[in-house]
Design a protein around this ligand. Structure first.
Ligand SMILES: [Zn+2]
Length: 449
């Protein structure tokens, strides 16, 4: 098995991935705060960590990816108030959009996508542990984390403790023992329309504690990889790490992995600039394959420039791969091309360098195109599977497991001569966008025309 190396933000070094439990890797990636439709930049961590999971599975590891949805947050109260709607309703609607939009990327779903609102019990329990260990204190129904009670705070982000700003503004300033402290629990304020019971009265959790509790609940402590955008390192991840270490005396995660931001005309893409494009809108325009290929063209740690031109480049590259795929045969690829396929996977093992891996994939395509006679496509299929792009080959491999299961049941029904059931399953598949074609090698699943 290849040794997989990843850059760890905490130690600022590339480290070998040494799973907590042999053969198993747990990944937690911070998901969106659902106060509006997600923008195209939000798709980057979704793509990076979904592809990482696929690669780890290719390498024989059992990977569990948890990506949360922050559906309790100040931003949601503010956005709901601005349009005069209940905050829970707005969050629910935006969560549904997020699932639908990211679904169109064609990468499948994470293994778990917990909502903060469904995890308030474990969140309260972790805050209680922090209060008990005197790392947190309650004031007027709020609870704050006592930052200076934890030696080593600031290690993840590498910031000097005296130059930190928790970004909470004036909120709670008169109740905090130290301006450096941050909120774990906030008492319900006027204009907030959701609240949960706690030992400190009605209120709701702060953002950072939601992730600490959800990650622990689903992956345990000291899980393998904690990920998210580089903009989350401070204060969000610093605080997640601090809460768990203080409350449980064990680290939250073994390795911290951060993706670079999307850049538009030299400026970081953020919603406040108003130059952002919605993920759903971009997907409707270029499709999931082009967008996934666009993201794969940059190293995950680097910022990536976003422009129409880059998207067009990716669309052309997708077409080149499709084109090559049409000329390939179904069988094994020639051994002489194996070093290029190997270079692809080596690049992924080397700090998940999808950009370099794609270079090897394009070299493979060029070499295959140059050959006379039919070339077997097994290498290309294997590489594209890991990137979540096997659909470029328009083949069965890209059909979701539910569709494959239906297709198998249809085959069984036909073998049992239950034509009515077979037809019913065929119709059900068509609704999902798939069609069974009876080819020379048996039934094949292809995207419905
Ligand atoms: Zn988080």
């Amino acid at each position: 098995m290849r040794q997989i190396r990843l850059y760890d933000t905490r130690t600022r070094s590339v480290r070998p991935l040494e799973p907590r439990e042999p053969g198993k890797v747990g990944i937690y990636a911070c998901g969106p705060t659902v106060y509006a439709r997600v923008h195209v930049g939000n798709a980057r961590p979704f793509v990076v960590f979904s592809q990482l999971k696929r690669f780890l599975e290719h390498e024989g590891l059992e990977a569990t990816l948890v990506a949360n949805v922050t559906d309790i947050n100040d931003k949601i109260y503010d956005a709901a108030r601005a349009v005069g709607r209940p905050s829970a309703e707005l969050a629910e609607e935006m969560t549904a959009h997020y699932f639908a939009d990211t679904g169109k990327l064609g990468l499948g779903r994470p293994d778990a996508e917990p909502l903060a609102s469904e995890m308030v019990g474990p969140i309260v329990e972790l805050i209680e542990a922090l209060v008990e260990r005197e790392h947190a204190y309650a004031v007027d129904g709020d609870v704050y984390f006592r930052v200076r009670s934890l030696p080593g705070y600031g290690e993840l982000s590498g910031r000097d403790i005296d130059e930190m700003d928790q970004g909470e503004g004036l909120e709670g300033a008169d109740r905090k023992a130290d301006p450096l402290d941050f909120a774990l629990w906030k008492a319900t304020k006027e204009g907030e329309d959701t609240a949960w019971d706690s030992p400190w009265g009605e209120g709701r959790p702060g953002w950072h504690i939601e992730c600490s509790a959800m990650a622990e609940q689903l992956l345990g402590l000291e899980f393998d990889i904690h990920g998210g955008g580089i903009d989350l390192v401070f204060p969000h991840h610093e605080n997640e790490a601090a809460q768990t270490l203080a409350g449980r005396r064990k680290p939250l995660a073994r390795l911290w992995m951060h993706n670079g931001m999307l850049q538009l005309s030299e400026t970081k893409m953020s919603k406040s600039l108003g130059n952002i494009r919605g993920l759903g809108e971009v997907l409707d325009e270029v499709g999931g394959e082009t967008l996934v290929l666009y993201f794969s063209g940059g190293h995950y740690r680097q910022p990536i420039a976003f422009s129409e031109e880059r998207l067009q480049d990716a669309a052309r590259a997708a077409e080149r791969i499709r084109d090559a795929g049409r000329r390939l045969g179904p069988g094994e690829s020639p051994a002489e091309l194996a070093p290029l396929c190997e270079a692809f996977f080596e690049a992924l093992a080397d700090d998940f360098n999808t950009a370099r891996a794609l270079g090897a994939l394009y070299d493979w395509v060029r070499e295959a195109n140059r050959r006379d006679g039919e070339v077997g496509g097994s290498h290309l299929r294997e590489m594209l599977e890991v990137l979540g792009l096997a659909s470029l080959l328009g083949d069965e491999a890209s059909a979701p497991p539910e569709a494959r299961e239906l297709a198998e049941r249809r085959t069984a029904a036909r073998e049992a001569r239950d034509w009515a059931e077979a037809d019913r399953l065929r119709d059900q598949l068509r609704v999902m966008g798939w069609e069974v074609r009876d080819g020379p090698e048996g039934p094949e699943l292809v995207p419905a025309a």
